[in-house]
Design a protein around this ligand. Structure first.
Ligand code: MLT
Length: 201
């Protein structure tokens, strides 16, 4: 996958996998990732799907209606990319923590829901439930931060709570942080995510 890689100077820090939102690129979340963990290596792929010229990580049929077949395929593709990038850059594969926004948070959630070895943890900014009816792997010991907006028209309160419940049901340690905001990623949400990550690193 087309991507950016930035080395980090702290080998103990998590390796952050930055996953942009619809219409974004591999550059978008680099400043956020740096703010979350200044010493981390950052791996930031660009989604391979184009929707009217806008990069995404998987196809959708309409707003909030996902092409599940494509989602499963793209989840596998991203997982394979993470494995390959770990080998290419000499990274400890078991230290990868996703930080995703919107569409990027959705594919990060899908990675978790498919394979417990995919990520050590995840910071999901404004995710939805990527797919339903899947038997989840045992996610015990996997920390997940969900940033959500009380007025988010895309990732509703009910959907946020459903995702948190699914991940908790599989054993993940889920923290939900609410902002009195919509779908945007606010500075205070980023600060809350940074504090959450610092406690766990
Ligand atoms: C999606 O994956 O479609 C999102 O959650 C919404 C968006 O990216 O606009």
């Amino acid at each position: 996958m087309k991507h950016l890689y930035e080395a980090g100077d702290d080998p103990q820090a998590p390796i952050l996998v930055a996953l942009h939102g619809t219409g974004g690129t591999e550059r978008d979340l680099i400043p956020l990732a740096r703010r979350l963990s200044s010493g981390s290596a950052i791996l930031s792929p660009r989604g391979n799907v184009l929707e009217r010229g806008m990069p995404r990580f998987f196809r959708r049929l309409a707003e909030g209606v996902f092409d599940e077949e494509d989602l499963v395929l793209r989840t596998r593709e991203l997982h394979a990319f993470l494995n390959e990038a770990a080998a290419q850059y000499g990274l400890d594969r078991s230290r990868m923590v996703a930080v995703g926004y919107s569409n990027g948070a959705n594919i990060a959630a899908s990675l978790l829901m498919h394979d417990r070895a995919a990520l050590r943890g995840a910071i999901l900014h404004h995710p939805m439930v990527p797919l339903r009816g899947l038997a989840l792997p045992d996610l015990s010991g996997i920390p997940v931060f969900i940033g959500a907006g009380t007025n988010d028209p895309i990732a509703s309160r009910a959907e946020t709570e459903e995702l948190a419940g699914l991940l908790r049901g599989a054993g993940a340690e889920v923290t939900v942080h609410w902002e009195d905001a919509g779908h945007q990623l606010t500075t205070s949400e980023a600060e809350a995510a940074a504090a959450w990550l610092a406690e766990r690193s």
